[in-house]
Design a protein around this ligand. Structure first.
Ligand SMILES: [Zn+2]
Length: 384
């Protein structure tokens, strides 16, 4: 007997006379309802119009007020039930009505997949048929979310540009720890505890023997110990100083230092290399000039100045009307420093330089505040 015939016969005719038979009877109806629903979902629909029509058909078959299957059950089973069966039929009927909410048009439309989407879903979903049913309402042809492209931070860009120039000259890149021992950060670089030059690096101490490195120079000592001479390296990396932040100072900044150690190395090699580097980085029109200076780890020491990039050497506010801007410190490596690195200063000599990457980026891009590099403001960063 089909479900359609069954629901139109009184309980007595179906042979149901005891309350315990009621739940079996309603379970059969519930199974029929669910299998019809699943069959429709498995079938899918070609387009939204067909989906709407199929959903309405199934809904009406079960839930129509007139002649719907649920209405018939209400009439023939519940209302006509003998007194002793009524409570059991009433409870079971309520359950069935709750379950039949899944046949409302809205719920069905959400559940029935469109066939072209179902095909895609079959490829994309690991969940198989159940997944297809669950995501049936999803339109996979809609455009996705656009992700913005990032770009390389200007400080990193400039650092890579500097690295590329020196790599082209045959230098290699060395790195070392940012948390450094006092020995490598100061003593090995000819800056003993009593030396007034230590005051220049307002240092951030972790304990009495450990500092956040104030320059990348400790890497030079480590590289000399590791590789010996001859040695041609650059050391890019972060440094830390106890500076109050302003437009030209930050507690963290980046340096690139260079070191060349070989036999017969002179100040002329240093000048030639840095002149070549300055022209590569700032442009061929740039002229360079060396001024005497002092650093504990080099002797003699100098500052490299370039002709002002803003006024081309004529004199302006940036170069304080001198036409020259100091861009880095340099000098011949102090024999004591070579000795600390395990290299014989009688046989080898060397030169070194150190520059601030942020400062180079500020000159290159005409940026007037170092703080801008570290504020992660997209309006600033997206210009690079
Ligand atoms: Zn100038």
């Amino acid at each position: 007997m089909s479900i359609d015939q069954k629901v139109r016969k009184p309980l007595k005719e179906l042979g149901v006379t005891a309350p315990e038979e009621i739940s079996d009877l309603f379970a059969g109806v519930g199974d029929a309802l669910e299998s019809e629903r699943q069959r429709l979902i498995a079938r899918g629909a070609d387009d939204e119009g067909e989906r709407e029509r199929l959903a309405k058909e199934l809904r009406d078959r079960w839930l129509a007020r007139k002649n719907g299957l649920i209405s018939s059950i209400d009439e023939c089973w519940l209302k006509a039930a003998p007194k002793e069966l009524k409570p059991a039929v009433g409870r079971a009927f309520n359950e069935l009505r709750k379950a039949s909410a899944a046949l409302e048009v809205d719920a069905l439309v959400k559940a029935i997949p469109l066939k072209h989407a179902a095909k895609l879903q079959g490829k994309l979903s690991f969940a198989g048929e159940a997944g297809t049913a669950e995501h049936g309402g999803l339109d996979l042809t809609l455009p996705g979310y656009r992700r913005q492209h990032g770009s390389v931070h200007p400080v990193t860009q400039v650092m890579r540009e500097i690295e590329d120039i020196f790599l082209g000259l045959g230098f290699s890149i060395e790195s070392g720890p940012e948390i450094e021992s006092v020995h490598y950060n100061f003593e090995a670089l000819n800056i003993p505890e009593s030396h007034p030059a230590r005051d220049d690096w307002d240092t951030l101490y972790i304990d009495s023997q450990t500092v956040l490195r104030t320059h990348t120079s400790p890497v030079q000592i480590r590289a000399m110990e590791k590789h010996g001479a001859p040695l041609y390296i650059i050391c890019p990396g972060k440094c830390y100083r106890h500076d109050n932040p302003d437009s030209t100072h930050a507690t963290m900044f980046h340096q690139v230092e260079g070191l060349a150690v070989d036999t017969d190395i002179s100040f002329a090699d240093l000048k030639g290399t840095l002149d070549f580097f300055a022209r590569k980085f700032f442009g061929e029109k740039i002229r360079t000039n060396f001024f005497p200076s002092f650093f504990p780890f080099t002797e003699p020491s100098g500052d490299l100045a370039i002709s002002c990039v803003f006024c081309e050497g004529k004199g302006c506010r940036v170069c304080k009307e001198s036409g020259w801007v100091e861009v880095m410190g340099c000098g011949m490596v102090h024999p004591e420093v070579l000795r600390h690195g395990g290299i014989d200063p009688e046989r080898y000599s060397g030169w070194a330089f150190g520059l601030g990457v942020e400062r180079f980026a500020m000159m290159k891009y005409d940026i007037n505040d170092i703080q801008l590099f570290h504020q992660s403001d997209v309006r600033f960063l997206e210009q690079f």
